[in-house]
Design a protein around this ligand. Structure first.
Ligand code: PGA
Length: 243
């Protein structure tokens, strides 16, 4: 595991964007595993700026996102498809047909999950998977459980997660209670995993995930087994790791 501590969120975002730029410039038709949430927003801004400056070409890139709320249409402003279009895809030259997010509006969980697993298998292994970490240690929406789930599945969100996501909705009752998420297998099979964390409130869970026992009760702890894990965190998020 490589751990990079940055002074600021801006620096974290630039370093993360550089990882993607380096990959895309080396392998034009790479597969990016992308994440939503507050943490990667700065990285997406940076990628859009790199594209504007002619430093990166996404025309042959494929992206697969980690997760989507079950029951939200792509047009819903809080859907993760909307998030990705708004924060990244509309600002770069990726072919929209090569961008994938689980189909939240289809409530047939069995179909959505099987289709997404098929899609991931067809795209080939993910070259670089970007991850944030939830307050409860989730990655994607792989919530704490008594087992790790390898494939795409439908999850009932943890109350902690619903509370954390409440800030994006008018009220807590509007936060969807279920989501589709990529399972652990494609994350572990990714060529490289980039785990991003910012802020004091992530310090405890990050320390637990990266140095504690590997357990499905802390889903991010499985990343300890990944042969090419890069953690980029700001000083607050990495404050429990010492200097
Ligand atoms: P955040 O979410 O980036 O909004 O903190 C991280 C996550 O839940 O994976």
């Amino acid at each position: 595991m490589q751990m990079i501590k940055t002074d600021t969120y801006k620096e974290l975002s630039c370093l993360a964007a550089d990882e993607i730029r380096e990959l895309v410039n080396r392998k034009r038709d790479c597969v990016l595993g992308l994440a939503t949430g507050s943490t990667p927003i700065g990285m997406y801004e940076q990628l859009a700026a790199l594209y504007r400056d002619g430093c990166i070409d996404f025309s042959a890139v494929t992206s697969v996102n980690l997760d989507e709320y079950r029951g939200l249409s792509p047009a819903h402003p809080q859907s993760y498809r909307f998030f990705m279009n708004h924060h990244l895809f509309e600002h770069i030259n990726i072919d929209m047909h090569n961008t994938y997010v689980p189909l939240g509006e289809d409530t047939n969980a069995e179909r959505v999950c099987a289709d997404y697993d098929r899609l991931i298998a067809q795209c080939g292994p993910i070259d670089l998977q970007v991850l944030g970490i939830g307050h409860d240690g989730h990655i994607g929406f792989n919530e704490p459980d008594d087992h790790f789930t390898p494939g795409t599945h439908c999850v009932t969100l943890n109350p902690v997660t619903i509370r954390a996501n409440r800030r994006f909705f008018a009220s807590e009752s509007e936060v969807p209670t279920q989501a589709y998420t990529m399972g652990i297998r494609p994350i572990l099979q990714a060529g490289k995993v980039l785990l991003l964390a910012s802020g004091k409130e992530k310090a405890g869970i990050l320390k637990k995930a990266l140095t504690g026992p590997i357990t499905p009760l802390v889903p991010a702890s499985i990343l300890q087994l990944h042969p090419h894990l890069v953690v980029i965190g700001d000083a607050e998020a990495l404050s429990e790791f010492g200097r």
